[in-house]
Write a protein that binds this ligand. Structure first.
Ligand SMILES: [Mg+2]
Length: 179
């Protein structure tokens, strides 16, 4: 199976090795599944979410060991797609974090640059990206997320969604947009 040329990929798609192979994939959310973003959640639990503060601390995230183990345990011929609500501005930092922490991944998908205000709900953004993955011949067979609304969205594609409990959405937070 031929690889998809990196040059033609959407600019907010970041392949680990410069190319992406079409075929079966497992989608992982990042914050709350692989990255421990608890120390940044307070930036969202405000009248007006402080996105700059929230994204400014991504390099200080710890690793969620259960998520790292889950990604490592996946069949070797499936791609690991990390579909995150993070803005594309932090893609390079995120990439360094993934590599530095030894996480298994093949493709990092961030919010498109024209959505950097994070105004669109994460459910809608992720729905569009799943459709786009399929257009590129990447076939998600399972998806893991800590936001129940996003887990439910995957059912629209007949993709089994697995809820991973982070606790980020169980507080009295005003914000439920998901990252
Ligand atoms: Mg999350």
């Amino acid at each position: 199976m031929s690889a998809l040329p990196a040059a033609g990929l959407p600019s907010h798609w970041h392949p680990a090795t410069g190319r992406v192979l079409p075929g079966e994939a497992v989608i992982f959310d990042l914050d709350g599944v692989l990255a421990d973003a608890m120390h940044r959640q307070h930036f969202l639990h405000r009248e007006e979410p402080d996105w700059r503060g929230f994204y400014g601390g991504v390099d200080a995230d710890g690793v969620i060991e259960a998520g790292r183990a889950l990604a490592a345990a996946m069949r070797h011929d499936v791609r690991i797609v990390i579909l995150t609500g993070r803005i594309d501005e932090v893609a390079a930092t995120t990439r360094e974090w993934l590599v530095g922490n030894g996480l298994r991944w093949d493709l990092l998908v961030c919010r498109p640059p024209d959505e950097d205000d994070s105004s669109r709900h994460a459910v809608d953004y992720k729905r569009d990206e799943v459709a786009r993955l399929r257009e590129w011949g990447i076939d998600p067979v399972l998806a893991i997320d800590d936001n129940r609304k996003i887990v439910e969205m995957y059912a629209e594609f007949d993709i089994p969604g697995v809820y991973f409990p982070s606790g980020y959405y169980d507080s009295s937070s005003r914000y439920d947009g998901g990252v």
